[in-house]
Design a protein around this ligand. Structure first.
Ligand SMILES: [Zn+2]
Length: 311
């Protein structure tokens, strides 16, 4: 019993997968002021060109496992400030939240508040922001299928489905505490984000699940593919996921996200989600096989590293 419990908490050191590391830039430089993307854990991604900067989720607090599961959740301002300082981010144009769980939405209001960004999310995300006294005039309710223009970035939210085994399903229907519990932060509406730019198009698909057919009208070069808990699904599910997200969009590059253990601070070496919650090796083996069969490039992002999504 104890042995099972402990082995469930072990995880994979991603440096074992360094053969998959993203080598699209040298020292993070993208020539010609082109789009660059920085992975910041879970599905927090920073996208920028030489004029504008957008982000998804903006989750940096990463409370420890026991606190996350049983305690009260508050934004860790020092961690948010530390992460923003490390990437040199003072001004952000827009922040888009994929759904309202802790590992996506907890810090969105803090990040948008500090950086002057507009905050785009569901009604549930709005409730979380309200509890944190976010300026309501900077909140933008997401309307799926309606493109939002941020400089040369065109961001379109597409309806999405949370991965199976949702711990806090439903919507946040009532005002929420400023220090909520995990289960208070209900999913709300889930989105994938299609980002088009003159340099290329990409999809940020945070949750490892799909709504059949919805991504077909949104071709992209690159998919940021959420693989959280994908390793615990069936092989049939993984095949369908590949078809509905990677094949449907015609992506030629797949970048797995939402695989890191988000109960560890980003200042510590990154580990995968513990085996009790996911099976990283199985997901990556599946993706490696599919990519080899189809000629799609698979790259594992490293936290903090600036990459070229269209290299
Ligand atoms: Zn979630």
């Amino acid at each position: 019993m104890i042995k099972d419990l402990l082995s469930g908490l072990t995880s994979v050191d991603p440096t074992d997968y360094r053969h998959l590391y993203d080598t699209s830039t040298e020292d993070g430089v993208v020539p010609g002021g082109g789009v660059h993307v920085t992975f910041l854990g879970v599905s927090t991604l920073l996208l920028a060109d030489d004029e504008n900067t957008i982000m998804t989720d903006g989750f940096f607090s990463r409370p420890g496992l026991l606190r996350a599961r049983f305690g009260r959740l508050t934004t860790n301002r020092a961690r948010v400030a530390g992460a923003l300082a490390r990437i040199g981010l003072t001004d952000l144009d827009a922040l888009f939240v994929a759904h309202s769980h802790v590992d996506h939405a907890l810090d969105a209001a803090e990040v948008a508040g500090r950086t002057g960004a507009s905050l785009h999310g569901s009604t549930s995300t709005r409730r979380i922001a309200e509890a944190q006294n976010f300026d309501p005039t900077r909140f933008r309710p997401i309307e799926t299928g309606q493109p939002v223009q941020v400089g040369r970035f065109t961001v379109t939210a597409i309806p999405a489905q949370h991965s199976p085994g949702d711990l806090a399903p439903g919507h946040i229907e009532h005002p929420v505490s400023s220090s909520p519990r995990l289960t208070d932060l209900k999913t709300g509406d889930c989105y994938s984000f299609h980002v088009a730019h003159p340099d290329g198009a990409l999809l940020i698909h945070a949750s490892a699940n799909f709504l059949p057919g919805v991504l077909t009208p949104f071709p992209v070069d690159t998919v940021y593919l959420g693989i959280g808990a994908l390793g615990h699904q069936t092989e049939e599910f993984r095949d369908a996921y590949w078809r509905e997200v990677v094949e449907a969009t015609g992506a030629r590059r797949v970048v797995p996200i939402h695989w890191d253990n988000f109960t560890r601070a980003l200042t510590r070496p990154v580990r995968t989600l513990p085996r009790r919650f996911d099976d990283f090796e199985t997901s990556v083996r599946h993706l490696e096989r599919r990519c080899a069969e189809t000629g799609v490039l698979l790259v594992l992002p490293q936290v903090w590293q600036r990459t070229n999504p269209f290299a």
